[in-house]
Design a protein around this ligand. Sequence first.
Ligand SMILES: [Zn+2]
Length: 244
Amino acid sequence: MIKCIIQIVTIFYITSFTMSYSIAEIKNVFVQYSDKNAKKIFYTPSKQVSEINSPYIQELIVQMKEKMDGVGIGLSANQLGHPIQLFIIEYIDDKREPRLNMQDIPFQVFINPKITKASKEKISFWHGCLSALDKPKGKIATYKWIEYEAFDHKGNLKKGKLEGMGSIIFQHEFWHLLGYLYINHAKEFLESDILQSKVKSGNIQLYKPASKEDPFLLADYVIGESIEQYASRYYVAKKKNITS
Ligand SMILES: [Zn+2]
């Protein structure tokens, strides 16, 4: 079904709706931040994947790719209701309007990922999300580049560096695995059509160095830690909050 949609959501803004299906139908495909089960799926750190070569994981990857094609440039497993450490990304610049003249990112799978190194510089970007389709785009800062470790779809450990859109998408999806959405942190929001016209008129640059006021997406993640390590800090902090 989703494949039939000509052009819908990108991670940065919604383009024109020349599509065969309504937003309501798309919302049924991806878990929404406002869904009843969102608390368990979105707002807790995702679990580690232990058997990458299992049919369950292999089929889930195929399903995720199918659902993302034509509607997005990144998707985490918890957006389809599977709270495990797995996300996919794919970015092709000339399929997007306006073109950002960024390097294309081929389809890639990241399993049990962690960020091992990151730039001092931060970039501000307007994020949108397939799980927050009725929300305006929000301005968020992320690291300009990151180095990562993760397993690929075959279970091989891979290490790499991502810059430009690849770095932004990775951090957006990684943030989902930690248990958040951009809407929990952005302070400045704009409806897609307004954002689009401001970008066209040159009043807003989609990709630019972040200012100190821009909320930083990964502020409470410590570079080098696994999501389990992050989660144990998260649960300790939560317990303290409850008992204090
Ligand atoms: Zn998202």
